[in-house]
Each structure stands twice: as C-alpha cells, then as structure tokens.
Ligand binder design. Structure first.
Ligand code: FES
Length: 110
C-alpha cells in the first residue's frame, strides 16, 4: 500500500492508502488527508488542490492537459493537481498554505 506524507501548515501528516487512490476523493469522504487537503472542484478546473511533489514524482504519469492548463509554469516547480493523480506508489506532497487562496473558497475546514 502506498504511503503518503502530506506537508501542510508546517506539519506532516502520514497514512497509507489503497493502491490507485485519489486523495481528493478520499478527502471528499473525510478520510486522510481530510481535513488538511485543500480542494474544491475535484475536476482539474480550480487548481485549489495543487500540491508540490517532494518525493515519488517519478512514479506519476505525465501531467494531463488540465494540469498543464491550471498549473502552467508551476509544473516545472514540481506542482501537480491532487485531484488528477491516482496514487500507486509512495509519495510525499506539500500544499502551500496560501498558494491558491486568491478566491474566497472555504473548501476544506467544515
Ligand atoms: S480540486 Fe479543483 S483542480 Fe483539483
């Protein structure tokens, strides 16, 4: 089972997930990385779920067109859209506290 390390708010959250897991789908059913993962649309349209891949990026598929459209030059800095990733290997991710918080989105902490 893939191990996920998730950095947010200066803390590291860790858990194992099933093979081929989408972290936004999990957060949507209140499982790790809920409530710490910020997301909104789940469809590659809002970029709220953008995370920087610290380790394990070599196992991910190439960014899809939605990631290219939403992330632009941030792709080169290692960012990916969590909602577009199906995790099947260990991965370490960080989500910036304010990176995508331009819009009043109040997605996560409810
Ligand atoms: S949740 Fe909107 S792009 Fe991932």
């Amino acid at each position: 089972m893939p191990k996920v390390l998730f950095h947010k708010h200066g803390q590291v959250f860790a858990d194992e997930v099933k093979d081929n897991t989408n972290l936004v789908v999990r957060a949507g059913i209140k499982q790790f990385p809920y409530p710490n993962l910020r997301y909104e649309c789940g469809m590659g349209k809002c970029s709220k779920c953008a995370c920087r891949v610290i380790a394990g990026g070599e196992y991910l598929p190439a960014p899809n067109w939605k990631e290219k459209k939403q992330l632009g030059e941030r792709l080169e800095q290692g960012y990916r859209l969590a909602c577009q990733l199906w995790i099947s290997h260990d991965i370490e991710l960080a989500q910036d506290d304010e990176a995508n918080a331009a819009a009043p989105a109040a997605a996560a902490a409810a």
